[in-house]
Design a protein around this ligand. Sequence first.
Ligand SMILES: *Cc1c(COP(=O)(O)O)cnc(C)c1O
Length: 396
Amino acid sequence: MTDFSRTKPLFHLPDGMIYLDGNSLGPLPKATPERVAQTLTQEWGEMVITGWNRAGWMAQPMALGDRIGRLIGAEPGHVTLGDTLSIKVFQALAAALAMTDRKVILSDSGNFPSDLYMAEGLIEALDRGLELRVVAPEDVADAFSEDLGVLMLTQVDYRTGRLHDMAALTARAQALGIITVWDLAHSAGAMAVDVAGCGADFAVGCTYKYLNGGPGAPAFIYVAPRHADQARPILSGWLGHGAPFAFERAYRPGDRVARMRVGTPPVIQMAALDAAMDIWDTVDMQALRAASVALCERFIAGVTAACPDLTLASPRDAQHRGSQVSFSHPQGYAAMQACIAHGVVGDFRAPDIMRFGFTPLFIDAGDVDRAVAVIADVMANRLWDDPQYQARSAVT
Ligand SMILES: *Cc1c(COP(=O)(O)O)cnc(C)c1O
């Protein structure tokens, strides 16, 4: 069992702040500044270009990929890192589409807009009569049909925290010959995921949310071993080539998921992620899920008892929920700004969602109780009804 009272002191949390937004940007591990400084001064500074070999920079995307792979149930050697999640969605979807003659991609209206935009952009670029079909999250299972080529879903809905049954949907997809692309943005580091056990074909996710890699940290991509040597990487960059330093004129994809690399990896950002993964390497994901469910249940019970004006926008049943809890309120934006001003940091998602993420690595039951008291004060005393909380910032 992981003892989460041991992991909490490993993070820097600003004084007086209860941080319930680790689902959007994980906080800073205390070991990260020194690790990054070491990469800057001892590696970049002293080794300069020899750092690619001597400091292992070039091997980091696969090495870090394996450590993330443990958290998502991937086979070793089948996860790599690079670019941003939007790019990895594009790559995974393109590879999936290249494996089928069918024309329809099924997704849901709860999916993150970037995933849907990427699908639309790809459909336009491929110009082969493809169609993106978007249904409500709860209607996905009923929308299965034999004309579907690819099922592209985000396992945990970024707004509501609603959790898709990845094992059941993947099994049904497989039975109908539908390729699956799972976005784990809100599940990697939030709960145990089992991509191999589910039989997922492709999976992608980001490392700056629950995984604490820092703003701009690279995304990851998983390709199932059965496809790894056939999958076509549409973004055929030199570092996905079989022999990048042979500088061959003809593109020839690299081994397995390494072919999903595109260009030069973000070395400094990977150093930050490496420090965060030192913590993650010690975490038992079943224990993490149990702790996350307990925190979410405590929060829901506290807020629903104290704040009759807030409507639960997340599934009430923990089995159908990720590691976040959302409430809706017509003045949700101002209410969240008031909570933040009073030391409880969550975020707001249009049109009316106040979102709180629960991350057992650094949030405990005492934090939940203090957060509930602040939110209750904001709502009962209408602290949100103040012009300073109405003006929208660029990032909500
Ligand atoms: C956070 C998130 C993204 C963000 O993509 P970036 O390219 O890393 O900015 C994409 N998709 C989902 C589902 C997300 O939750």
